[in-house]
Each structure stands twice: as C-alpha cells, then as structure tokens.
Design a binder for this molecule. Structure first.
Ligand SMILES: [Zn+2]
Length: 142
C-alpha cells in the first residue's frame, strides 16, 4: 500500500485519516490493530514506540487554567517535563528544535506524537492549574 514516496503534506493528511482510525479502533476494542500500528510506524517511524511508551505510562497531561488557557505537558522518558502545543506541533524538547525545525526530517517529536495518541485513546490526564502556574509554565518556553 505504501510503496511510493510521499511528500510531507501527503504524509500529514495520511496522518489525519490514521488518527480517526486509531480513535475508532481504540473506542471499539480498547486497542489499536496491527494494521493501524504498522501504518503509524510507517508515517512516524522511530518516534512511534517511544511515544506509545509515554502513553502507556500515562505521561501526557492536558492542563487548563481558570482564564481558559490550555497546554499539554508530557513527562519525557528521563523524567523531564516538556510543554507542548498541538496546534503548532510545538514542543519544548531539544529534539523538536534540532530534528523538527532545523533538519526537517521529523513530522513531530515523540512528545507531540504521544499527545495525539493519548487523545485518540482518551488516556490524557486532565489537570486544573492556577493562572500563576500557567504563566510560569508558559515562561519556560520562551
Ligand atoms: Zn518533544
């Protein structure tokens, strides 16, 4: 099925279709089928397994504050928390800066991928934080 070369844009739209399948499969059966997993691993390659591992460990949190701001936080494999925005696929990790932005060879880092998986599988922890805490978190990414 995936036997020709995709451009980045095509891969992104393939990704969107896949996310719907992940969500449907997980909602129906509580797991992701091998077929979907191999498609995901084709698109996201080496980021997939570390991202699934982060989801397995429930490392993904969606934080909201009373003023209505919201961000995601993912605890990386080394225990470092990273702040992410899914709208821009932004992540505060070094891999985002070096691989995604500079080399352009990754579609998104494993943390943002973990958020997408965790949202599709509905395994994201919801946390309410204060506006002060939110401001402090947002400061770390400037
Ligand atoms: Zn990251």
């Amino acid at each position: 099925m995936f036997c020709f070369t995709f451009t980045g844009d095509v891969i992104k739209s393939v990704g969107e279709e896949l996310w719907k399948e992940v969500e449907n499969a997980y909602t129906d059966s509580g797991k992701i089928t091998d077929e979907i997993l191999s498609a995901l691993s084709f698109v996201y390659q080496s980021s997939l397994l570390p991202a699934l591992d982060l989801v397995d460990h429930r490392n993904v949190s969606h934080m909201t504050s009373p003023s209505g701001r919201s961000i995601y936080q993912v605890i990386g494999s080394s225990g470092t928390p990273y702040t992410c925005f899914t709208t821009s696929f932004y992540c505060s990790c070094p891999s985002f800066r070096y691989s995604v932005l500079m080399k352009d060879d990754h579609l998104m880092c494993k943390h943002v991928l973990a958020i997408k998986l965790s949202e599709a599988m509905k395994l994201t922890k919801a946390l309410e934080i204060t506006d002060d805490e939110m401001a402090t978190l947002l400061k770390t990414i400037e």
